[in-house]
Design a protein around this ligand. Sequence first.
Ligand SMILES: CC(C)[C@H](C(=O)O)[C@@H](O)C(=O)O
Ligand code: SF4
Length: 479
Amino acid sequence: MQPRTLFQKIWDNHVISAEENKPSLLYIDLQLVHEVTSPQAFEGLRITGRKVRRPDRTFATIDHNVPTTDRSLPIADPISKQQIETLNQNCAEFGVTLFGLDSKEQGVVHVMGPELGLTHPGKTIVCGDSHTSTHGAFGALAFGIGTSEVEHVLATQCLQQQKPKTLEVHVDGPLPLGVTAKDLILAIIAKWGTDFATGYVIEYTGEAIRNLTMEERMTVCNMSIEAGARAGLIAPDETTFAYLEGRRYAPQGEEWDKALAAWKELRTDEGAEYDRRVVIEAASIEPQVTWGTSPGMGTGVTGVVPAPEDFENINDRKAAENAIAYMGIAPHTPITEIEIDRVFIGSCTNGRIEDLRAAAKIANGYKVASTVNAIVVPGSGMVKEQAEAEGLHHIFTAAGFEWREPGCSMCLAMNPDVLSPGERCASTSNRNFEGRQGRGGRTHLVSPEMAVAAAIAGRFVDVRNWEVKETEVNAHGTI
Ligand SMILES: CC(C)[C@H](C(=O)O)[C@@H](O)C(=O)O
Ligand code: SF4
């Protein structure tokens, strides 16, 4: 047999029918559902009198519209309230398992799914959400789809797909100390732009990738979509298997052994060729901060905001000009002179338990600057529970961070957590588009460590120079 890439293997395993120059029909192993992109899909089924074909392969949660403050209060926003009630009703009517507001598993769909062990190597996974690419961290072919496709998959468990091309992003060498997975993916997008992977599925390879934990791999794959990619992939290995073993929806007993044997075959064969390959030196990467209004407009923390004249291409120059005006920062401002008003730690990029551990380590024994309002929003109820079991919430609250309930929160302005016009936020999320966190709001994308350091200093600082304190903190504050 011809050597094949990881992508090709998963694709071949799922093609039901294929004709030349036409989209192929793929079998879908898992569909995840949230309240924003599913109402019309369920309505479509209702109108045509159809059922959900595989309720056992369909799982839902509520994330975008939920308030992250007191859950016992009624939901004030009528649209949010309706979206949430509609999903509750649809799941009940169509027999879909829902991790809703009354469930401790509720959370951002891309945090909750992997945590429950729903995401397996080699699966095809879809969701009406662009950051479905997150699940590629397990070596699953996972991508976002539109609402009409959500309906199609609900009804048939199949999907038409144009076959994407393959792109290897090879990260050479280990990541330097103090440089995180978030910095890696931001640096990749800053280097090659937000459309360099359009039409491709990226497979990330190399030493730095192999060294990443599952949480870190999810951070990298999550933002593949911000590079334009259809999906991101990382071949499964012992790290992946150890993460999955024993989780609620992971195979058990004999099924586990069988699955493991199959998963071990899921890697790109020696001699298999990608359509394209790029290489980045891990040693060249420093903690990243975006200065503009696209995830590609970023630089290292020791850098400066560029001037429009620095760009040769007229379109890039114009984009930089607009971004700098919107962001309200002067060209050539050193990144470490940018002062911030708000800090958001959370989202499907950086709202996992490891992110909160890393953030708490920096926050421990410090105080949030008096000019800054900072919130920590666990990605799911299970992340929240684990963080509280470890006492991380005490570290955050003693430092002056607000400790919230799980949801998408300030990642995008679909719930009460929004920026006011002109407010500047250090955010661990994945998009910094105009108005993304609230009309007129200004977003700088960073890692959780950089976000905490910025909250404390009131401006961006190089977290590599941070003095980590060993202070012990409990419910009564610093001991
Ligand atoms: C609301 C949803 C459809 C959207 C997405 O597709 O990604 C959101 O999650 C986002 O991050 O912008
Ligand atoms: S956390 Fe942000 S990026 Fe992730 S699904 Fe929610 S809104 Fe989209």
